[in-house]
Design a protein around this ligand. Structure first.
Ligand code: ASP
Length: 386
């Protein structure tokens, strides 16, 4: 006999014996008849059915509960980016170029923020923001990478996950359209942290990342600059020249994000320094120098004179000072960027953010392309030191 038939019988019984009107089917009418079925032989069956129903509903409830427990309350989401630090002065800029930089920074912020807003991870947001800047010739990364002394574009990139301390990086790559995606693949798909040159390119191809002909990275403004540098034989100073910043530096890009799960990620991507020689690798792909992230303290992406940033382990030093010395994010950033780096003779800047969503954009140069977007969706972009 079917369950519904049993229920129906029991209802009829209840109606007959209690002289009640028709009860609409609801949980009350469903439960009651189980214990009052007129035919005792069905009572045992009904009880079993009832127990099964109760068990199923309990499992259902506990499943719902565990889903809810896994979903942490949405914490603050924040994203901060940079597009390189250097002697960036108003007098060297055209209004048009200024606008172009603001627009591209905004686009990068929007792209990373969209990931965070829909509940995506900080790592994905970092990659999304950096990819926008890598695809733009305005910045010294990806499409806009500067030329080496041999007239090539050799790029470096790294990424780090503050929740696991997993990290990945590539250096000296010439055919990977978005080096930040290769750094991410090294982190997630290999047992290594850092791959260089041809090996990194082979790995990227195996991972089906977008591979381009090296000519994709050719940018005539940057190339002319290299020729000018070589012609003038400016030596050390000239090695650092970046045409878009109109002085000897830089143009690296980076992003640090905090997602709603409280996880921080940081990433950095660069073409390095104009006219660089002998397979030079800067700080950008060095975990602890150009990039570091640890949920315990903060995430950092650096830009500047790479050799100094490597010697001082800038990114790790900032996180360590928060962790060991109890400094705030801004105190730690100031101590490293405004004191230690200039004391050695280097310059540049960093972007960083901690778990509470506090942001630092600290630099000792006259400018740094930069911007942030807070949990309220308020975005701001800046260029100069004011
Ligand atoms: N830090 C980069 C490097 O030394 C350059 C830059 O930030 O612009 O390769």
């Amino acid at each position: 006999m079917g369950v519904f038939r049993l229920v129906k019988d029991a209802q009829n019984y209840a109606l007959r014996h209690e002289n009640k009107k028709y009860w609409p089917i609801n949980s009350r009418t469903f439960i009651l008849p189980i214990f009052v079925h007129p035919e005792p032989k069905y009572n045992a069956v009904m009880k079993k059915v009832m127990i099964i129903i109760l068990l199923i509903s309990l499992v259902g409830c506990s499943e719902k509960k565990s889903v809810l427990q896994e979903e942490k309350p949405a914490g603050p989401i924040t994203l901060v980016i940079h597009g390189g630090a250097g002697t960036i002065k108003r007098e060297n800029m055209t209004g048009e170029r200024e606008k172009a930089y603001h627009a591209k920074l905004q686009e990068a912020l929007d792209s990373g923020y969209a990931v965070l807003e829909r509940g995506g991870k900080s790592l994905e947001a970092v990659m999304a923001a950096i990819k926008i800047m890598e695809d733009s010739p305005l910045f010294n990364a990806g499409k806009g990478a500067v030329f080496t002394n041999e007239g090539r574009n050799e790029m470096d990139a790294s990424i780090m996950d503050g929740s696991t301390l997993m990290a990945g990086s590539v250096a000296g790559v010439t055919t990977i359209k978005n080096p930040i995606t290769a750094a991410y693949a090294v982190m997630t798909k290999s047992e290594h942290v850092m791959l260089i040159g041809g090996g990194a390119e082979k790995f990227a191809a195996e991972q089906s990342l977008e591979i381009v002909d090296p000519s994709y990275f050719f940018d005539s403004t940057r190339y002319k600059q290299l020729l000018k540098l070589k012609e003038k034989e400016l030596g050390k100073e000239a090695n650092l020249f970046d045409p878009y910043i109109n002085d000897k530096k830089f143009g690296t890009v980076g992003a640090v994000a905090l997602d709603q799960y409280g996880n921080i990620a940081a990433g950095t991507s660069t073409g390095g320094m104009s006219n660089k020689k002998y397979g030079r690798v800067g700080d950008a792909p060095i975990i602890g120098a150009g990039t570091y992230a640890d949920n315990k303290s903060c995430g950092v992406s650096a830009t500047g004179w790479g050799e100094y940033f490597i010697r001082l382990s800038v990114a790790r030093d900032i996180t360590a000072m928060m962790e060991y010395a109890g400094l705030t994010l801004q105190q730690a950033a100031d101590s490293v960027v405004m004191k230690k780096v200039p004391a050695l003779g280097g310059d540049g800047g960093i972007i960083a953010l901690d778990r509470q969503g506090n942001v630092s954009m600290t630099f000792n140069t006259t400018g740094m392309y930069r911007g942030y977007i807070t949990k309220k969706g308020e975005a701001k972009t800046f260029i100069y030191n004011d």
